[in-house]
Design a binder for this molecule. Sequence first.
Ligand SMILES: Nc1nc(=O)c2c([nH]1)NC[C@@H]1CN(c3ccc(C(=O)N[C@@H](CCC(=O)O)C(=O)O)cc3)C=[N+]21
Length: 292
Amino acid sequence: MSARIIDGKAVAKSVREDVAAGVAALEKDHGFTPGLAVVLVGEDPASQVYVRNKGIATREAGMRSIEHKLPADTSQDEVIALVRRLNGDDEVDGILVQLPLPGHIDANVVINEIDPDKDVDGLTEVNAGRLVLGKDALVPCTPQGSILLIKTVMEDMSGANAVVLGRSILVGKPLASLLLAENCTVTTAHSRTKDLEEVCRGADILCAAVGRPEMVKGDWIKPGAVVIDVGINRVDAPEKGEGKSRLVGDVDYDAASAVAGAITPVPGGVGPMTIACLLKNTLTAAKRRRGL
Ligand SMILES: Nc1nc(=O)c2c([nH]1)NC[C@@H]1CN(c3ccc(C(=O)N[C@@H](CCC(=O)O)C(=O)O)cc3)C=[N+]21
């Protein structure tokens, strides 16, 4: 059997179209346009690409993109001062501080300065608390996108065994909370988990978010399972030529897709959903801030 391929790019496109329609409706009915502020500190090339892509996607959805690029030696206090200014700026509905930050800046401190109602990454303590308590949170984008992808192939997750591989603050922990909210029986597995392969083999929904290239093998997967590969790892690809690289997930895709019922590819799976959900959160934040 060969797994159904979950087309993250296509689902992301449809989410972005919905957001664009929502933005247009806000303009028409209420006369305002949501704005997303992105803060980038330093010149990390990968981060520059992400920030550029976010700006393009934001404008494509009809929203305003406000970009703040600060030099690598900007002090933590200066970054905090900027975040506070954006908190107080009524034209700004969402704030994203691009991670990672340079080593001399404590990301935790900076992130928690963001007004929780503008925290479109869902990374503040307030939004993490809201998520766990089942209140209206701004939900972290990658886990939110993962849930949307599962829903395209599974109508009802109720009672399903969901295994999340990885316990990061960005993905693993919030994803486990979201799966629980969908009435799954949730196991969070990690580097200390005993009999990891056996735990994975019990999963009706297996989400891999560990950042280890192709760690999950085909025989770890229950036949027919839904496999969500959150990993984006760049590995050498000498077969493509000297010095070339390619992207792989945390799952051995070829082996897994022979066993799974449905699977997300890398690239083209969860990645595109992250940006789509960022736009979705920005629209949500803009509406909630105005009591709509
Ligand atoms: N505050 C903050 N929020 C973030 O959400 C955040 C961040 N910092 N720092 C960096 C990571 C990384 N990230 C990605 C988003 C989309 C793709 C994506 O669309 N990837 C494409 C492939 C892109 C390629 O070809 O390189 C795909 O998987 O198909 C990847 C990675 C968001 N991040």
